[in-house]
Design a protein around this ligand. Structure first.
Ligand code: AMP
Length: 460
């Protein structure tokens, strides 16, 4: 057991007293695990969500190291949104209250440059900001990172989602290699491992919610009559109302037919199969992974290499012949902390396949009747987000920060209401909350991005 009193840490007395004045009595689990590593100067990759106390963890680490008499920028915290950057600055300020003359500056996009330039007349000790604006100041030479000791990437997964990868890499190019790099992320998609490999040195990996490894999956089989598949699928969607569902079909024709039928019933369903052109495949994946489509219907081949996790439900429209494929399919459901749902439909003629699965998994299947499903009149399953398509991309020098800046400049929309931003060579996609789709569309179509007009439309 780790002792979770802050007094067990080797930190400056004034920092300890500010922690006490904030009434932080014991360390949160992420603090107890990460602070010894942080204080020892090691790199760290930590799984931590908002509310875990991660901000105080890295703030204590970088304040403890700070040399106040050295008027150079010693720490940089990169955040995906202005809102998060403000919260992080506030937490650092509160903890720094007992360390006189600490200068902390927030540099975010969507804010006028003038005051930022004035504040940069004297180098701040700690800078917190969003990648686009930080890069802009580096370009102007108004921010210097050549004496940087600590870099923090906060909500790194969200920064990657918002298309900040290149900006982050460019920012890192202008800081010393010899530094401490701390990466905090709620999820660990492939991109996180890649960026960690590229910018960290032997990071200590801390996952407080490690129990997630043995994700619980609730698996139910429904025995149906021939010709009842689509109706049962709709009943399942009504009964369970899963936020995101991956439906497996055995053929691409079935994928297409099912998607068309579901769309006719006003479900937001998209099909993914081997016949799609790259452009269409990308577009389907963008819409599903940014939560603007609730149902993805795929063949096993098309779903191969699909980096979509955290699915609320996986539904097997038909059973597969290969029990190993079945286990692989259902393993995609389950999210951190909550149970996954795996449902399979089968008819009497598929009983052999069911037996093979039972044998392979070493336990009998739990079989239920479709009549047990509660169906609902006028049921709607709307995805939380909507995707906007912009006919400009990387080759037009459009960056995530430009799109975010254009959307949030007049403060009608906030960064929190904007989801994943995906940039391709010639086009970009932006996810925004469903209820703000029209406003976002108007802002982008009427305004300019990087001084240019782009065509913007909403994907259905
Ligand atoms: P965060 O996960 O960094 O967004 O922090 C969540 C909240 O927990 C913030 O309001 C912090 O001020 C607060 N907090 C951080 N560490 C502690 C602690 N050890 N004890 C009590 N509250 C804390």
């Amino acid at each position: 057991m780790t002792n979770s009193a802050f007094s067990t840490l080797a930190i400056k007395p004034e920092l300890l007293s500010s922690i006490q004045s904030l009434d932080y009595e014991v360390m949160t689990p992420i603090q107890a695990q990460s602070l010894p590593v942080l204080l020892a100067g090691q790199d760290l990759i930590a799984q931590a969500k908002t509310g875990s106390g991660k901000t105080a963890a890295f703030a204590i680490g970088l304040l403890n190291k700070l040399e106040v008499l050295n008027y150079q920028t010693q720490a940089l915290v990169l955040c995906p949104t202005r809102e998060l950057a403000d919260q992080v600055s506030n937490e650092i300020r509160r903890l720094a209250r007992t360390i006189p003359n600490t200068k902390i500056l927030t540099l975010c996009g969507g804010k006028p440059m003038g005051p930022q330039l004035a504040s940069l007349q004297r180098d701040p000790h700690i800078v917190v900001g969003t990648p686009g604006r930080i890069l802009k100041h580096l370009g102007k030479g108004t921010l210097k990172l050549d004496s940087l000791k600590t870099l923090v990437l906060d909500e790194a997964d969200r920064m990657l989602d918002m298309g900040f990868h290149e900006d982050i890499m460019q920012i890192i190019d202008s800081m010393p290699r010899q530094r401490q790099t701390l990466l905090f992320s709620a999820t660990y998609p492939a991109g996180i491992k890649k960026i960690s490999d590229a910018v960290q040195t032997d990071p200590v990996d801390i996952r407080v919610e490690a129990s997630h490894h043995s994700t619980q999956i609730k698996q139910v089989f429904y025995e149906i009559e021939k010709g009842e598949r689509t109706n049962t699928l709709i009943a399942l969607l009504e009964h369970y109302a899963p936020e995101s569902t991956l439906v497996f079909c055995n053929t691409k024709q079935q994928c297409q037919e099912l998607a068309a039928e579901l769309r006719q019933q006003d479900f937001h369903a998209l099909a993914l199969h081997g016949d799609l052109e790259q452009f269409d495949r990308d577009q389907v994946l963008v819409q599903f992974s940014n939560n603007s489509s609730s149902i993805l219907i795929a063949t096993d081949v098309a779903a191969r290499g699909l980096d979509i996790k955290e699915l609320a439900a996986v539904i097997n429209f038909e059973l597969t012949r290969d029990p190993e494929v079945h286990i692989h399919r259902i393993g995609r459901t389950g999210r951190a902390g909550s149970e996954g749902l795996a449902i399979s439909l089968f008819t009497a003629s598929e009983t052999q396949r069911l037996k093979a699965i039972e044998e392979y998994q070493g336990s009998p299947a739990s079989i239920e009747k479709p009549s047990s499903l509660k169906t609902r009149e006028n049921f709607k399953l709307y995805p939380p987000m909507v995707t906007l398509f912009v006919n400009g991309g990387r080759k037009d020098k459009v960056r995530a920060g430009d799109l975010l800046g254009a959307l949030t400049a007049n403060s009608v929309l906030s960064g929190e209401q904007i989801g994943k931003i995906t940039i391709f060579d010639k086009i970009s996609y932006i996810a925004v909350e469903q209820k703000l789709a029209k406003q976002a569309l108007d802002i982008l179509s009427e305004g300019k991005i990087k001084g240019r007009k782009f065509r913007v439309r909403r994907l259905r």
